[in-house]
Design a protein around this ligand. Structure first.
Ligand code: HEC
Length: 143
């Protein structure tokens, strides 16, 4: 019985060490592909978010401007899949932010943009930013 308890405690510690070790690796990068999360954020997320915000604030005045916004929203939507792929997702907070909020709100933006509704698109954009903070609060190291 005593040995059994020791074994259980040892197993729990081993599992905790293993989980934390792989969590760090997963958050910063997927398991097999080279793209780092920081690169995805800096190279794709940030520019598309900035352009989307600027474009909606300015008020798109041509089909070309609307098409740009649709591209921004679709690319952000695509990020929601990349964030869940290749073993990058470490936990439920991450999954809810990426799979839930980010994906749903970027879809809603795209839908609003496709029907040229700036107000709806802005509302969905503002809701989408909750995904950024929800995930960053837990998984982005403060600098
Ligand atoms: C599911 C998790 C998740 C979501 C959702 C998310 N991020 Fe991130 N983001 C991260 C992580 C993790 C890092 C830190 C990466 C690192 O330093 O290794 C990061 C870092 C960043 C950075 C810094 C990149 C750099 O230069 O190092 C920016 C900018 C950023 N995110 C923007 C955004 C914006 C804007 C949104 C929402 C529209 C968003 N992120 C949503 C996980 C997420």
């Amino acid at each position: 019985m005593k040995n059994n308890a020791k074994y259980i405690v040892a197993s729990i510690i081993m599992m905790a060490v293993f989980t934390c070790g792989s969590m760090i690796a997963q958050v910063k990068q997927g398991k097999t592909r080279p793209l780092k999360t920081a690169q995805l954020m800096k190279g794709v997320m940030k520019p598309n978010c900035t352009q989307l915000k600027k474009g909606l604030d300015a008020g798109p005045d041509s089909d070309k401007a609307w098409a740009e916004l649709a591209m921004n929203a679709a690319l952000i939507n695509e990020i929601s899949y990349t964030l869940m792929a290749d073993g990058r997702c470490p936990d439920g907070t991450w999954a809810k932010a990426a799979n839930g909020t980010l994906r749903e709100c970027s879809s809603a933006i795209l839908k609003a943009v496709n029907s040229k509704n700036v107000q709806e698109a802005k509302k969905a954009f503002s809701a989408m930013t909750k995904a950024c903070s929800a995930c960053h609060d837990v998984h982005k190291k403060k600098k």
